[in-house]
Design a protein around this ligand. Structure first.
Ligand SMILES: [Zn+2]
Ligand SMILES: [Zn+2]
Length: 218
């Protein structure tokens, strides 16, 4: 959950070996049920290359097991569990550091989504296209909310929805179909059509586009 991981980011965890800050990382992907999972999507890890545990680990593992590797100190969030985790190289986990900026953006988007959802049911009576568009254009929103938003867009019959909807690629083909249908209904409801050449909106009855002057098939 996003709120959980944002809370983790505020927590400070320190390595008992080097006193350095632990870094929040994505736990390595392992198959559920093979008993190797950490039971957490995230891990706090000491990535300090001068950490004594990491520095001494190379010799220890070479002597003990005869292969290349060392240890990183690791804590599991929301638990008292900590481990010395075996790693095969310096780079292990550096690629899975949690991207804080991306998370913040995700969190802001989530906020906007929640605000729009709260207004979705009343947006038709409020004559407010914004919440319906926000949900419809948000690929992370739930599909039934997005389908509900398509219905609202149709009822609102506001031509301002055409450009944003036309400029969005809907990954779900069924949703795309519903959006295309909604666009057709809103155009018809406003007695306009899109010029097939320049995409400007023109009267449904027009035989010549007033924007590009091209003749339109009857
Ligand atoms: Zn350390
Ligand atoms: Zn035109």
């Amino acid at each position: 959950m996003l709120s959980t991981v944002l809370k983790y980011l505020e927590e400070k965890h320190y390595c008992p070996h080097c006193s350095g800050d632990l870094v929040l990382c994505h736990a390595p992907a392992v198959h559920v049920g093979d008993g190797l999972g950490w039971g957490s999507e995230y891990l706090f890890i000491c990535l300090n290359d001068r950490c004594p545990l990491f520095v001494k680990g190379w010799d220890y593992i070479a002597n003990q097991y005869g292969h290349v590797g060392s240890y990183r100190y690791m804590e599991i969030p929301n638990s008292k569990e900590s481990y010395s985790m075996m790693v095969v190289g310096k780079e292990a986990f550096t690629g899975s550091i949690v991207d804080i900026e991306a998370l913040k953006r995700q969190s802001e988007r989530y906020q906007r989504q929640q605000e729009a959802l709260a207004c979705l049911d009343t947006c038709v009576e409020q004559n407010d296209l914004a919440p319906a568009l926000t949900i419809l254009l948000d690929d992370s929103a739930r599909i039934d909310d997005r389908k509900r938003a398509v219905g609202m867009v149709t009822k609102l019959n506001d031509l301002a929805c055409i450009e944003p909807l036309r400029n969005h690629v809907f990954k779900d083909p069924h949703l795309q179909q519903e959006v295309n249908l909604a666009i057709a209904q809103v155009l018809a409801g406003n007695f306009v059509k899109e010029c097939p050449y320049c995409s400007e909106l023109i009267k449904a009855r027009a035989m010549v586009c007033k924007h590009c002057q091209r003749e339109l098939a009857a």
